[in-house]
Design a protein around this ligand. Structure first.
Ligand SMILES: Nc1nc2c(ncn2[C@@H]2O[C@H](COP(=O)(O)OP(=O)(O)OP(=O)(O)O)[C@@H](O)[C@H]2O)c(=O)[nH]1
Ligand SMILES: [Mg+2]
Length: 222
């Protein structure tokens, strides 16, 4: 068992080094970058589509879509106006820093303001692999249930922002928002959060205003 832990530590250590290299590339080109994580179907690609529409061409956006197979999500991001790169993980349940560095090589970072990475739909594995992005965002969707912070604490602990999606379904689904928020607060006190619906557009303007603020800040840092 102790040998196995050593190997895992080495893999994660190598991943962190590459993640740092990815961050350097992004910083050098003044690109603000997000790692979107969520369970399957929570609305990652929908949020990319809605964000692009709401930003209305204000920024040059690249999307890296991680999926086990298919290019469905990258095709959707491209149709919404992003320069989209698909990563097929071939069975892996998460993206890692090597995969992102290969995707970054296909993007003109100097001609990009915002990079949105859509991780593989999973609430466990993506939390263990840093990519080098500036901000990790977790999307929780109402139909998944209000107990997810309690059941997947690692994911909720490690993120920088939370999106609660599909609020249009609140009248139809048993979802105790107070119970959910108490779970989040215990794991990640003060976590910035956005309640929205990619279907109706409710709450999207607060999210896109925050994104715009981060992109502008990154440009100023340069
Ligand atoms: N009612 C409702 N449906 C939504 C909302 N956002 C997304 N959906 C629907 O949820 C389903 C999944 O959305 P996607 O954006 O494909 O989710 P995803 O997280 O990218 O899914 P994977 O990449 O397969 O993990 C689609 O049928 C969307 O139309 C929302 O705010 N409200
Ligand atoms: Mg998707």
């Amino acid at each position: 068992m102790s040998q196995r832990i050593t190997v895992v530590e080495k893999i994660l250590g190598a991943n962190e080094q590459l993640a740092a290299a990815n961050r350097c590339l992004l910083d050098k080109a003044a690109v603000f970058s997000l790692n979107l994580m969520a369970s399957p179907g929570a609305g990652k690609t929908s949020l990319i589509e809605q964000t692009l529409e709401a930003l209305g061409g204000r920024y040059k956006v690249a999307a890296v879509d991680g999926d086990v197979a298919t290019s469905i999500d990258a095709d959707r991001a491209a149709a919404a106006g992003a320069h989209a790169v698909q990563i097929n993980t071939g069975g892996e349940c998460h993206l890692d820093a090597v995969m992102l560095s290969q995707a970054l090589a296909q993007i003109d970072l100097d001609a990009t303001d915002l990079l949105i990475v859509e991780n593989v739909g999973n609430l466990i594995c993506p939390a263990n692999f840093q990519l080098g992005t500036h901000c990790s965002v977790l999307i929780a969707s109402v139909p998944e249930g209000d107990d997810k912070p309690y059941k997947y604490p690692g994911m909720y602990q490690g993120v920088d922002a939370l999106v609660i999606n599909k609020v249009d379904l609140l009248p139809y689904v048993e979802f105790d928002m107070d119970y959910f928020r108490r779970g989040v607060e215990a794991l990640n006190p003060g976590l910035i959060s956005f309640s929205l619906s990619c279907r109706t557009g409710e709450g999207l303007s607060e999210w896109t205003a925050w994104i715009a603020q981060q992109v502008e800040r990154q440009t100023e840092v340069e």
